[in-house]
Design a protein. Structure first.
Length: 464
Protein backbone atom coordinates (compact mmCIF):
# COMPACT_ATOMS: atom_id res chain seq x y z
CA UNK A 1 0.00 0.00 0.00
CA UNK A 2 2.96 2.35 0.56
CA UNK A 3 3.65 2.25 -3.18
CA UNK A 4 0.08 3.32 -3.98
CA UNK A 5 0.20 6.05 -1.29
CA UNK A 6 3.32 7.53 -2.88
CA UNK A 7 1.53 7.51 -6.23
CA UNK A 8 -1.35 9.57 -4.83
CA UNK A 9 1.04 12.11 -3.26
CA UNK A 10 2.84 12.43 -6.59
CA UNK A 11 -0.52 12.91 -8.32
CA UNK A 12 -1.48 15.78 -6.00
CA UNK A 13 1.89 17.48 -6.42
CA UNK A 14 1.58 17.09 -10.20
CA UNK A 15 -1.87 18.70 -10.04
CA UNK A 16 -0.47 21.67 -8.11
CA UNK A 17 2.56 22.05 -10.38
CA UNK A 18 0.32 22.73 -13.37
CA UNK A 19 -0.32 26.20 -11.95
CA UNK A 20 3.29 27.10 -11.16
CA UNK A 21 4.52 30.06 -13.22
CA UNK A 22 7.84 30.17 -15.04
CA UNK A 23 9.74 33.38 -15.68
CA UNK A 24 8.47 35.10 -12.53
CA UNK A 25 10.27 35.40 -9.23
CA UNK A 26 8.95 36.73 -5.94
CA UNK A 27 11.23 38.16 -3.25
CA UNK A 28 9.66 38.67 0.19
CA UNK A 29 10.84 41.94 1.73
CA UNK A 30 10.91 43.36 5.24
CA UNK A 31 10.90 47.02 6.13
CA UNK A 32 13.15 48.06 9.00
CA UNK A 33 10.87 49.98 11.35
CA UNK A 34 12.59 52.84 13.21
CA UNK A 35 12.58 52.73 17.02
CA UNK A 36 10.48 55.74 17.98
CA UNK A 37 10.33 54.96 21.69
CA UNK A 38 11.65 57.80 23.88
CA UNK A 39 12.40 59.93 20.82
CA UNK A 40 11.56 63.63 20.92
CA UNK A 41 9.05 64.81 18.26
CA UNK A 42 11.76 66.84 16.54
CA UNK A 43 13.80 63.66 16.03
CA UNK A 44 10.94 61.46 14.80
CA UNK A 45 11.04 62.85 11.26
CA UNK A 46 14.77 62.30 10.69
CA UNK A 47 14.38 58.70 11.90
CA UNK A 48 11.47 58.10 9.50
CA UNK A 49 12.82 59.86 6.40
CA UNK A 50 14.61 56.80 5.01
CA UNK A 51 12.42 53.83 4.20
CA UNK A 52 14.78 50.85 4.45
CA UNK A 53 13.39 47.78 2.67
CA UNK A 54 15.55 44.65 2.57
CA UNK A 55 15.41 41.32 0.82
CA UNK A 56 17.55 38.35 1.85
CA UNK A 57 19.71 36.42 -0.60
CA UNK A 58 22.13 33.57 0.06
CA UNK A 59 25.44 34.04 -1.74
CA UNK A 60 28.49 31.85 -2.30
CA UNK A 61 29.78 28.47 -1.16
CA UNK A 62 28.41 27.55 2.28
CA UNK A 63 25.84 30.27 1.51
CA UNK A 64 26.12 33.54 3.41
CA UNK A 65 22.85 35.35 4.13
CA UNK A 66 23.07 38.91 2.80
CA UNK A 67 20.53 41.70 3.30
CA UNK A 68 20.20 43.83 0.17
CA UNK A 69 18.34 47.13 0.17
CA UNK A 70 15.84 48.04 -2.56
CA UNK A 71 16.67 51.38 -4.14
CA UNK A 72 14.75 53.39 -6.74
CA UNK A 73 17.50 55.95 -7.21
CA UNK A 74 20.19 53.45 -8.10
CA UNK A 75 20.40 51.18 -11.17
CA UNK A 76 23.44 49.26 -9.82
CA UNK A 77 23.42 45.77 -8.30
CA UNK A 78 26.23 45.43 -5.77
CA UNK A 79 27.09 43.35 -2.71
CA UNK A 80 29.37 44.82 -0.09
CA UNK A 81 32.60 43.06 0.86
CA UNK A 82 33.04 42.49 4.60
CA UNK A 83 34.04 40.09 7.35
CA UNK A 84 32.21 36.86 8.05
CA UNK A 85 30.64 38.18 11.24
CA UNK A 86 28.92 41.11 9.50
CA UNK A 87 25.91 41.54 7.25
CA UNK A 88 28.27 41.82 4.28
CA UNK A 89 29.73 39.17 1.99
CA UNK A 90 33.11 37.64 2.75
CA UNK A 91 34.37 36.57 -0.67
CA UNK A 92 37.36 34.78 0.89
CA UNK A 93 35.00 32.26 2.48
CA UNK A 94 33.48 31.29 -0.85
CA UNK A 95 35.35 28.83 -3.08
CA UNK A 96 33.16 29.71 -6.05
CA UNK A 97 33.75 33.49 -6.01
CA UNK A 98 35.42 34.87 -9.15
CA UNK A 99 36.58 38.22 -10.47
CA UNK A 100 35.05 38.96 -13.85
CA UNK A 101 37.41 41.84 -14.62
CA UNK A 102 40.84 42.56 -13.21
CA UNK A 103 40.23 46.24 -12.67
CA UNK A 104 38.60 48.51 -10.12
CA UNK A 105 35.46 50.46 -11.02
CA UNK A 106 34.45 53.85 -9.65
CA UNK A 107 30.86 55.10 -9.69
CA UNK A 108 29.51 58.58 -9.13
CA UNK A 109 26.08 57.16 -8.30
CA UNK A 110 24.75 54.60 -5.82
CA UNK A 111 27.23 55.78 -3.13
CA UNK A 112 29.66 53.16 -4.45
CA UNK A 113 33.20 54.48 -4.58
CA UNK A 114 35.16 51.35 -5.49
CA UNK A 115 34.05 47.95 -6.79
CA UNK A 116 35.10 44.86 -8.76
CA UNK A 117 32.91 43.15 -11.35
CA UNK A 118 32.46 39.65 -9.88
CA UNK A 119 30.40 36.49 -9.94
CA UNK A 120 29.29 33.76 -7.55
CA UNK A 121 26.39 31.42 -6.95
CA UNK A 122 23.22 33.03 -5.58
CA UNK A 123 20.23 31.19 -4.12
CA UNK A 124 17.12 33.18 -5.03
CA UNK A 125 14.65 31.10 -3.05
CA UNK A 126 15.29 30.54 0.64
CA UNK A 127 13.34 27.27 0.51
CA UNK A 128 15.20 25.91 -2.50
CA UNK A 129 18.79 24.72 -2.93
CA UNK A 130 18.87 25.61 -6.60
CA UNK A 131 21.64 28.12 -7.31
CA UNK A 132 22.55 30.38 -10.23
CA UNK A 133 25.95 31.69 -11.26
CA UNK A 134 25.24 35.43 -11.10
CA UNK A 135 27.28 38.53 -11.93
CA UNK A 136 27.36 41.50 -9.56
CA UNK A 137 29.60 44.27 -8.32
CA UNK A 138 31.58 43.53 -5.18
CA UNK A 139 31.63 46.83 -3.29
CA UNK A 140 35.04 47.45 -1.72
CA UNK A 141 34.41 51.02 -0.58
CA UNK A 142 30.97 52.54 -0.11
CA UNK A 143 29.50 55.49 1.71
CA UNK A 144 27.02 53.22 3.48
CA UNK A 145 28.81 50.79 5.75
CA UNK A 146 25.74 49.33 7.47
CA UNK A 147 24.15 47.58 4.48
CA UNK A 148 24.92 44.32 2.69
CA UNK A 149 24.38 45.85 -0.71
CA UNK A 150 21.87 47.46 -3.04
CA UNK A 151 19.44 46.21 -5.65
CA UNK A 152 18.94 49.20 -7.92
CA UNK A 153 15.53 49.33 -9.60
CA UNK A 154 16.09 52.52 -11.54
CA UNK A 155 16.54 52.78 -15.31
CA UNK A 156 19.97 52.10 -16.79
CA UNK A 157 19.38 52.09 -20.53
CA UNK A 158 19.86 55.76 -21.28
CA UNK A 159 22.35 56.01 -24.18
CA UNK A 160 25.03 57.52 -21.93
CA UNK A 161 24.84 54.67 -19.44
CA UNK A 162 24.71 51.58 -21.64
CA UNK A 163 28.10 50.41 -20.38
CA UNK A 164 26.57 49.88 -16.93
CA UNK A 165 23.77 47.59 -18.10
CA UNK A 166 25.64 44.43 -17.08
CA UNK A 167 25.72 45.65 -13.46
CA UNK A 168 21.92 45.76 -13.26
CA UNK A 169 19.86 43.27 -11.22
CA UNK A 170 16.96 42.90 -13.65
CA UNK A 171 19.34 42.51 -16.59
CA UNK A 172 21.12 39.73 -14.75
CA UNK A 173 17.90 37.90 -13.86
CA UNK A 174 16.93 38.04 -17.54
CA UNK A 175 20.37 36.75 -18.63
CA UNK A 176 20.16 33.69 -16.38
CA UNK A 177 16.57 33.16 -17.56
CA UNK A 178 14.86 33.58 -14.20
CA UNK A 179 12.43 36.19 -15.54
CA UNK A 180 10.46 36.67 -18.77
CA UNK A 181 10.56 40.44 -18.99
CA UNK A 182 11.62 43.61 -17.19
CA UNK A 183 8.40 44.19 -15.25
CA UNK A 184 8.52 44.61 -11.49
CA UNK A 185 5.86 45.31 -8.87
CA UNK A 186 6.05 46.45 -5.25
CA UNK A 187 3.28 44.64 -3.39
CA UNK A 188 2.80 45.59 0.28
CA UNK A 189 1.18 42.91 2.45
CA UNK A 190 1.30 44.83 5.73
CA UNK A 191 2.88 47.91 7.24
CA UNK A 192 6.32 46.31 7.22
CA UNK A 193 6.22 43.31 4.85
CA UNK A 194 5.54 42.66 1.21
CA UNK A 195 6.93 41.24 -2.02
CA UNK A 196 9.07 42.43 -4.88
CA UNK A 197 7.64 40.58 -7.90
CA UNK A 198 9.72 40.54 -11.09
CA UNK A 199 9.19 39.10 -14.55
CA UNK A 200 5.69 39.75 -15.87
CA UNK A 201 2.48 41.77 -15.61
CA UNK A 202 0.47 40.72 -12.53
CA UNK A 203 -2.63 39.77 -14.54
CA UNK A 204 -0.57 37.19 -16.47
CA UNK A 205 0.20 35.17 -13.33
CA UNK A 206 -2.33 36.26 -10.68
CA UNK A 207 -6.07 36.03 -11.26
CA UNK A 208 -6.67 38.71 -8.64
CA UNK A 209 -5.75 41.21 -11.35
CA UNK A 210 -7.76 41.84 -14.50
CA UNK A 211 -6.13 42.87 -17.77
CA UNK A 212 -9.20 44.96 -18.59
CA UNK A 213 -8.37 47.39 -15.78
CA UNK A 214 -4.66 47.74 -16.45
CA UNK A 215 -3.35 50.99 -17.95
CA UNK A 216 0.18 52.20 -18.55
CA UNK A 217 1.95 55.29 -19.86
CA UNK A 218 5.36 56.22 -21.21
CA UNK A 219 7.81 57.99 -18.94
CA UNK A 220 9.32 61.23 -20.26
CA UNK A 221 12.99 62.07 -19.68
CA UNK A 222 15.26 65.01 -20.06
CA UNK A 223 19.01 65.50 -19.59
CA UNK A 224 20.51 62.48 -17.79
CA UNK A 225 17.48 61.85 -15.62
CA UNK A 226 16.93 58.11 -15.13
CA UNK A 227 14.46 58.28 -12.25
CA UNK A 228 10.95 56.82 -12.44
CA UNK A 229 8.49 59.67 -12.77
CA UNK A 230 5.23 60.65 -14.37
CA UNK A 231 3.38 63.81 -15.28
CA UNK A 232 0.23 64.94 -13.51
CA UNK A 233 -2.08 67.24 -15.40
CA UNK A 234 -3.62 68.48 -12.20
CA UNK A 235 -3.04 68.36 -8.44
CA UNK A 236 -5.94 69.37 -6.20
CA UNK A 237 -7.16 69.30 -2.62
CA UNK A 238 -10.83 68.73 -1.76
CA UNK A 239 -13.22 67.21 0.78
CA UNK A 240 -13.91 63.60 -0.10
CA UNK A 241 -14.62 63.21 -3.78
CA UNK A 242 -16.48 66.50 -4.05
CA UNK A 243 -14.09 67.76 -6.68
CA UNK A 244 -16.49 70.52 -7.69
CA UNK A 245 -15.23 72.37 -4.59
CA UNK A 246 -11.59 71.56 -5.26
CA UNK A 247 -8.67 73.90 -4.78
CA UNK A 248 -6.15 73.64 -7.58
CA UNK A 249 -2.52 73.32 -6.49
CA UNK A 250 -0.74 72.61 -9.76
CA UNK A 251 -1.22 72.08 -13.46
CA UNK A 252 1.25 70.02 -15.48
CA UNK A 253 3.67 69.04 -12.74
CA UNK A 254 6.02 66.06 -12.46
CA UNK A 255 6.21 63.54 -9.65
CA UNK A 256 9.09 61.15 -8.96
CA UNK A 257 8.53 57.70 -7.47
CA UNK A 258 10.95 56.97 -4.63
CA UNK A 259 10.36 53.83 -2.60
CA UNK A 260 13.13 54.81 -0.17
CA UNK A 261 11.04 57.74 1.12
CA UNK A 262 8.74 57.13 4.08
CA UNK A 263 7.13 60.45 3.13
CA UNK A 264 5.69 62.36 0.24
CA UNK A 265 7.67 65.47 -0.59
CA UNK A 266 5.24 68.26 -1.33
CA UNK A 267 5.58 71.69 -2.88
CA UNK A 268 5.54 75.11 -1.26
CA UNK A 269 2.14 75.89 -2.78
CA UNK A 270 0.65 72.84 -1.10
CA UNK A 271 2.32 73.74 2.21
CA UNK A 272 0.74 77.21 2.18
CA UNK A 273 -2.70 75.75 1.47
CA UNK A 274 -2.26 73.09 4.14
CA UNK A 275 -1.37 75.80 6.63
CA UNK A 276 -4.18 78.16 5.69
CA UNK A 277 -6.91 75.53 5.48
CA UNK A 278 -6.03 73.18 8.32
CA UNK A 279 -2.85 73.72 10.32
CA UNK A 280 -2.56 77.44 11.04
CA UNK A 281 -5.41 77.62 13.54
CA UNK A 282 -4.15 74.49 15.32
CA UNK A 283 -0.61 75.86 15.47
CA UNK A 284 -1.90 79.10 17.06
CA UNK A 285 -3.61 76.98 19.74
CA UNK A 286 -0.40 74.94 20.34
CA UNK A 287 -2.16 71.81 19.15
CA UNK A 288 -0.02 71.39 16.01
CA UNK A 289 3.66 72.18 15.57
CA UNK A 290 6.05 73.08 12.76
CA UNK A 291 9.63 71.80 12.46
CA UNK A 292 12.17 73.65 10.34
CA UNK A 293 15.48 71.81 10.19
CA UNK A 294 16.97 73.98 7.39
CA UNK A 295 16.31 71.24 4.83
CA UNK A 296 12.54 70.81 5.00
CA UNK A 297 9.38 71.76 6.89
CA UNK A 298 7.40 69.07 8.67
CA UNK A 299 4.33 69.04 10.92
CA UNK A 300 2.79 67.04 13.74
CA UNK A 301 -0.31 67.42 15.93
CA UNK A 302 -1.61 66.33 19.29
CA UNK A 303 -4.06 63.44 19.24
CA UNK A 304 -7.02 65.65 20.27
CA UNK A 305 -6.80 67.35 16.85
CA UNK A 306 -9.36 65.85 14.46
CA UNK A 307 -6.91 64.88 11.76
CA UNK A 308 -9.76 63.55 9.56
CA UNK A 309 -10.66 67.16 8.72
CA UNK A 310 -7.50 67.49 6.65
CA UNK A 311 -8.51 67.72 2.99
CA UNK A 312 -7.71 64.91 0.59
CA UNK A 313 -4.94 65.21 -1.98
CA UNK A 314 -5.67 64.31 -5.63
CA UNK A 315 -3.29 63.66 -8.53
CA UNK A 316 -4.90 63.47 -11.97
CA UNK A 317 -3.15 61.90 -14.96
CA UNK A 318 -4.80 62.48 -18.32
CA UNK A 319 -2.97 59.67 -20.14
CA UNK A 320 -4.19 57.15 -17.60
CA UNK A 321 -7.51 58.98 -17.27
CA UNK A 322 -7.20 58.33 -13.58
CA UNK A 323 -7.12 60.30 -10.33
CA UNK A 324 -5.02 59.10 -7.39
CA UNK A 325 -6.54 59.93 -4.03
CA UNK A 326 -4.67 60.23 -0.72
CA UNK A 327 -6.72 60.80 2.44
CA UNK A 328 -5.68 61.59 6.00
CA UNK A 329 -5.39 57.82 6.56
CA UNK A 330 -2.64 57.72 3.93
CA UNK A 331 -1.00 61.02 4.88
CA UNK A 332 -0.78 60.71 8.68
CA UNK A 333 1.11 58.43 11.05
CA UNK A 334 0.14 58.02 14.71
CA UNK A 335 3.11 57.39 16.98
CA UNK A 336 1.85 55.29 19.88
CA UNK A 337 4.88 56.17 22.01
CA UNK A 338 4.27 59.92 22.24
CA UNK A 339 0.61 60.15 21.14
CA UNK A 340 1.23 62.55 18.26
CA UNK A 341 -0.04 62.39 14.68
CA UNK A 342 2.76 63.06 12.18
CA UNK A 343 1.84 64.34 8.74
CA UNK A 344 3.63 62.19 6.16
CA UNK A 345 4.32 65.11 3.84
CA UNK A 346 7.52 67.10 4.12
CA UNK A 347 8.32 70.29 2.24
CA UNK A 348 11.71 71.08 0.76
CA UNK A 349 13.46 74.33 1.61
CA UNK A 350 15.47 76.01 -1.11
CA UNK A 351 19.11 76.60 -0.20
CA UNK A 352 20.81 79.87 -1.07
CA UNK A 353 23.29 78.20 -3.44
CA UNK A 354 20.69 76.11 -5.27
CA UNK A 355 20.27 78.23 -8.41
CA UNK A 356 18.47 75.51 -10.39
CA UNK A 357 15.97 74.76 -7.63
CA UNK A 358 12.55 73.81 -8.96
CA UNK A 359 9.69 73.57 -6.50
CA UNK A 360 7.17 72.41 -9.09
CA UNK A 361 7.69 68.68 -8.62
CA UNK A 362 6.60 66.07 -6.07
CA UNK A 363 8.34 62.99 -4.70
CA UNK A 364 5.93 60.11 -4.07
CA UNK A 365 7.21 57.74 -1.43
CA UNK A 366 5.86 54.85 0.59
CA UNK A 367 2.32 56.20 1.27
CA UNK A 368 1.31 55.94 -2.39
CA UNK A 369 2.99 52.52 -2.84
CA UNK A 370 0.97 51.15 0.07
CA UNK A 371 -2.31 52.25 -1.48
CA UNK A 372 -1.83 51.65 -5.21
CA UNK A 373 -0.55 48.72 -7.26
CA UNK A 374 2.04 50.13 -9.67
CA UNK A 375 3.88 48.12 -12.31
CA UNK A 376 7.21 49.35 -13.67
CA UNK A 377 8.61 48.21 -17.02
CA UNK A 378 12.30 49.05 -17.31
CA UNK A 379 12.57 47.91 -20.91
CA UNK A 380 9.77 50.03 -22.41
CA UNK A 381 9.97 52.90 -19.88
CA UNK A 382 6.37 52.50 -18.82
CA UNK A 383 4.53 52.84 -15.51
CA UNK A 384 1.26 50.93 -15.11
CA UNK A 385 -1.62 50.92 -12.65
CA UNK A 386 -4.61 48.65 -11.99
CA UNK A 387 -7.37 51.22 -11.94
CA UNK A 388 -10.43 49.22 -10.86
CA UNK A 389 -8.60 47.84 -7.84
CA UNK A 390 -7.84 51.38 -6.72
CA UNK A 391 -11.23 52.89 -7.51
CA UNK A 392 -13.03 50.32 -5.40
CA UNK A 393 -10.38 50.45 -2.70
CA UNK A 394 -11.75 47.08 -1.71
CA UNK A 395 -9.27 44.31 -2.33
CA UNK A 396 -11.50 41.52 -1.08
CA UNK A 397 -14.40 42.32 -3.43
CA UNK A 398 -12.05 42.81 -6.35
CA UNK A 399 -10.31 39.51 -5.66
CA UNK A 400 -13.64 37.68 -5.67
CA UNK A 401 -14.74 39.32 -8.93
CA UNK A 402 -11.46 38.58 -10.68
CA UNK A 403 -10.94 35.04 -9.45
CA UNK A 404 -10.49 32.32 -12.04
CA UNK A 405 -12.87 29.37 -12.38
CA UNK A 406 -10.34 27.22 -10.52
CA UNK A 407 -10.14 29.62 -7.56
CA UNK A 408 -13.90 30.05 -7.35
CA UNK A 409 -14.45 26.29 -7.41
CA UNK A 410 -11.38 25.16 -5.49
CA UNK A 411 -13.42 23.36 -2.81
CA UNK A 412 -15.27 21.38 -5.48
CA UNK A 413 -11.91 20.48 -7.02
CA UNK A 414 -10.61 19.35 -3.63
CA UNK A 415 -13.71 17.18 -3.14
CA UNK A 416 -13.27 15.74 -6.63
CA UNK A 417 -9.63 14.91 -5.87
CA UNK A 418 -10.58 13.30 -2.53
CA UNK A 419 -13.36 11.37 -4.27
CA UNK A 420 -10.92 10.25 -6.94
CA UNK A 421 -8.46 9.08 -4.26
CA UNK A 422 -11.26 7.25 -2.41
CA UNK A 423 -12.45 5.52 -5.59
CA UNK A 424 -8.88 4.51 -6.44
CA UNK A 425 -8.36 3.21 -2.91
CA UNK A 426 -11.63 1.24 -3.05
CA UNK A 427 -10.65 -0.12 -6.44
CA UNK A 428 -7.33 -1.31 -5.07
CA UNK A 429 -9.07 -3.00 -2.13
CA UNK A 430 -11.52 -4.75 -4.51
CA UNK A 431 -8.63 -5.80 -6.74
CA UNK A 432 -6.79 -7.30 -3.76
CA UNK A 433 -9.98 -9.04 -2.63
CA UNK A 434 -10.68 -10.53 -6.05
CA UNK A 435 -7.08 -11.62 -6.49
CA UNK A 436 -7.23 -13.60 -3.22
CA UNK A 437 -10.77 -14.97 -3.82
CA UNK A 438 -9.79 -18.25 -5.65
CA UNK A 439 -7.68 -19.29 -2.67
CA UNK A 440 -10.59 -18.73 -0.30
CA UNK A 441 -12.95 -20.67 -2.63
CA UNK A 442 -10.57 -23.65 -2.80
CA UNK A 443 -10.35 -23.71 0.95
CA UNK A 444 -14.14 -23.59 1.21
CA UNK A 445 -14.45 -26.53 -1.18
CA UNK A 446 -12.08 -28.56 0.95
CA UNK A 447 -14.24 -27.87 3.97
CA UNK A 448 -17.35 -28.92 2.02
CA UNK A 449 -15.78 -32.27 1.18
CA UNK A 450 -15.12 -32.94 4.85
CA UNK A 451 -18.67 -32.06 5.85
CA UNK A 452 -21.17 -35.00 5.94
CA UNK A 453 -24.50 -33.72 4.66
CA UNK A 454 -26.13 -37.23 4.96
CA UNK A 455 -25.80 -37.24 8.68
CA UNK A 456 -28.92 -36.61 10.66
CA UNK A 457 -26.98 -34.16 12.77
CA UNK A 458 -26.95 -31.87 9.83
CA UNK A 459 -30.71 -31.98 9.15
CA UNK A 460 -33.28 -29.55 10.51
CA UNK A 461 -36.71 -30.94 11.37
CA UNK A 462 -39.51 -28.42 11.32
CA UNK A 463 -42.64 -29.36 13.16
CA UNK A 464 -45.87 -27.77 12.06
Amino acid sequence: MVKYQNFFIYFILLFESIFNQNGIIKFPFIKELPNLNEVSPKDVFPKMVTNIINIDLRVGTNPQNIKLRLDFESYIFYINEGTSDSIKFNSKNSKTYQKMEDRYLIFDLSKLNRAIFSSDYIYYNKNDDKKYNTSFLLGLKTEEENIGGIIGLNLDDNIQFNKYSKYNFLNELKRIELINDYYFTINYQSNSTGNLIIGDLPHNYDNNYNKEYYKDIYVDFWRNDLTWKTKFNEVDIADGKKLENKIEIHRFTYAYFKLENSFIEGTEIYRINLLNIFLKEQIDKNLCFEINNKFYYSYYCKKEVDISKMKNLYFYNKDLDYTFELTYKDLCYFNEYDGYNYILVIFRIQSDDDEEYNDEFWVLGEPIFKKYQFVFNKNSKRIGIYTKFDENNDKEDNNINNQSWIQKNKWYLILIILLFISICGLGIMIFIFLRNKPKRKTKANELDDEYDYSSGRNNFIVND
